[in-house]
Design a binder for this molecule. Structure first.
Ligand code: PMP
Ligand code: GLN
Length: 383
């Protein structure tokens, strides 16, 4: 294994999902729903395959999907992206993030990311030979946020880009306009590119609305805006994502993307275009369902003795395990199947400095109510 990747073993998601299967535990680790997306959208994928839509689609993506993404961003955010030249379809948000970082960074450039971060960020930065500069999100009155002074201190002469994930996995924070303004100001002062990971854009609760960083003044021209279908339509296995950015930035990302995968699988693209056009009502009901599931799991975990951070978005509840007498989330999650028959994710693996997150464990609530209830009843035995 090349030196730049030696720090990266098996992802925590593979480890913990395998542990769940091996031990027959309830899997509240890896974030994937246990119910399907909208039936009509699934049928579109079947129809696309049956209808012979099975050869290489154009490199930038199927025109119907690029058009649908463009309309979606116009309708929801008032952002205009030209489907020809400002929208690029990718193999999930994961490829988009990797391609963006590889496209933007010279070896030795620095990329800022808020820790804890989705694990592919550090790997993408390492693949580019760049350096990740973490800025820690910490709980303030029950919600994870950053210290603007720490963010400013992370910028140096080699800083090229900042990765911004909101709604945020794993903390559940949805950045406020004031937080986004801090980031926007910094990007403009230091001529940084923002790479935004908005895969949970539709999964926000209690009336909290997701604000894309690109909608802030001066940001559209310096933002690579990324999302995907997996979370919005409960099809995490479809791995269909997209990048929206000004032409020059899209061209840069596409230059890399074409040699990573050339293009993304065809049938899903047609189906997701249909979903974006016709199934946003379904997404609203998903959002309401998930809010109820969040309440169900947070109440259960609190009763079981965890300190719980109530998320404003995403699939995930971040918990503090210290009230239960545990200190190390990695040790606890490896033991949890035998202690309670449940699998969760140790948040420390999402930190550049794991000791800052060693007492946090993440639980997913994108599961059927009976599954959540059973997991909670098992976890209640821990106390
Ligand atoms: N970013 C975040 C924050 C995620 O939680 C995930 C997992 N869905 C991804 C990116 C990857 O998305 P995709 O499956 O579309 O590659
Ligand atoms: N995004 C999901 C999570 O955070 C799963 C990602 C993955 O399996 N790579 O759980």
């Amino acid at each position: 294994l090349a030196a730049r990747m030696r720090a990266f073993g098996t992802t925590i998601f593979a480890e913990m999902s395998a542990l769940a299967v091996r031990t027959g535990s309830i899997n509240l680790g890896q974030g994937f729903p246990d119910t399907d997306g909208p039936a009509a959208m699934l049928e579109r994928a079947v129809a696309a395959i049956g209808g012979g839509f099975n050869q290489y689609p154009p490199g930038p993506g199927v025109p119907e999907l690029r058009q649908a993404v463009s309309e979606h961003h116009g309708d929801h955010y008032g952002l205009a992206y030209d489907p020809d030249g400002e929208v690029l379809v990718t193999v999930g948000a994961t490829e988009a993030i990797a391609a963006a970082v590889l496209a933007l960074c010279e070896p030795g450039d620095e990329v800022i990311a808020f820790e804890p971060y989705y694990d592919s960020y550090a790997a993408s930065v390492a693949l580019a030979g760049a350096v990740l500069r973490p800025v820690t999100l910490r709980p303030v009155e029950g919600r994870f946020t950053f210290d603007p002074a720490e963010l400013r201190a992370a910028v140096g002469p080699r800083t090229r880009a900042i990765l911004v994930n909101s709604p945020h996995n794993p903390t559940g924070t949805v950045f406020t306009r004031a937080e986004l303004e801090e980031i926007a100001l910094l990007c403009q002062e230091h001529d940084l590119i923002a790479v935004t990971d908005e895969v949970y854009e539709h999964l926000t609760f209690d009336g909290v609305e997701h604000i894309p960083l690109a909608t802030l003044p001066g940001m559209r021209e310096r933002t690579v805006m990324i999302s995907s279908a997996g979370k919005t339509f409960s099809v995490t296995g479809w791995k269909t994502g997209w990048v929206c950015a000004p032409p020059e930035l899209v061209r840069a990302v596409q230059t890399v993307k074409q040699f990573l995968t050339f293009t993304a699988a065809a049938p899903w693209q047609l189906a997701v275009a249909y979903g974006l056009r016709h199934e946003l009502g379904w997404v609203l009901s998903l959002r309401a369902d998930l809010q109820a599931k969040r309440d169900r799991l947070t109440a259960g975990l609190s009763a079981a003795g965890f300190d719980v951070y109530r998320p404003a978005g995403t699939y995930f509840v971040q918990t503090d395990i210290r009230p239960l007498g545990f200190a190390d989330g990695l040790a606890l999650t490896r033991e949890l199947p035998s202690l309670a028959g449940v699998v969760a994710i140790p948040t420390q693996v999402f930190y550049a400095r794991p000791e800052r997150g060693s007492h946090f464990v993440r639980f997913a609530f994108c599961k059927q109510d009976a599954v959540i209830d059973e997991a909670v009843s098992r976890l209640t035995r821990l106390g």
